[in-house]
Write a protein that binds this ligand. Sequence first.
Ligand code: 13P
Length: 339
Amino acid sequence: MRVMMNLQELKHTAQRLMANDKGLLAMDESLGTCNKRFKALGIPETEEYRRQYRELIVTTPHLEESISGAILFEETLYQKTETGTPFLEILDHKGIITGIKVDQGAVALPGFPAEQVTEGLDGMQNRLATYYKLGLRFAKFRAVINIGRDTPTNTAIRINAVTLARYAALCQEAGIVPVVEPEVLMDGDHTLHQCAEVTRTVLKEVFNELYEQRVQLEGMILKPNMVLPGLSCQDQSHIEDIAAETISCFLQVVPAAVAGIAFLSGGQSATLASARLNMMHQKFGTVIPWPLTFSFSRAIQQPALEKWSGKAENVAAAQQMLAHRAACNSAARRAEYSP
Ligand code: 13P
């Protein structure tokens, strides 16, 4: 009985995250990642500047018209605006569901050069209970897969799949929707076809493990990479081929019961990410069985971050750019985006 009630709550949260052509905003950059992006723009790498930047994001006018959920980083959970309002309260008033990154980053997999496994399972049960009490209703955990000459190995794929499924099961037990993120990285010179093969193999293993560990697919969201050629591949592929390969890959291995698919952007430019999502809807919107949306960080934030550059006088203009990118991606869900 308890399992069934829990599933209703999970399904309800997942459906709200996917509703009304909205998507997720990933604003969960770890300290290291956030500081790296600040450093590149000459923004001081301090807690206060991170707070100011996250205040800029959560107070962006009209954000809630395109964003259903925001993925936060632990530090942000307890931060407040300049005038003392907790960020969680602001998002709640806007009707944006709050989630959190619960992985603790990828570390080297011993014995497997160039491959990684993600840490963060230890103590997760207690952390999830705390997050639920704070009002958070979903969580993200990212695993990374490298395409190289001898990678990915089956071992790395399997260990990451087991880890993702363990995290997903723990989330569901706590009433929190897992956003399962196996990211096949864009780095390298692999072809579109190679990325399709690796992505298919990885997702197959991930769904095998989710099934083995009794994760309820109706109460989870998949956060995958788009199927793309490597950044240094000679043939950067036509957008229609990218859309076709991506959808074909998912149709083969992602069960229709999954509550939704929300892409990561992975280093694509903001405009390309929107155009590719748009093409998938334009060509395949009537045949895909799952809601298909975005969960971008860089492809929503980067133009706004560059505009802000740590300067108070740029806040309003940066917020406009942020709301614009979010709206572009919501338009892409309706196949109505034009660059
Ligand atoms: P990008 O959209 O920048 O890839 O970030 C998404 C994310 O959440 C990475 O974990």
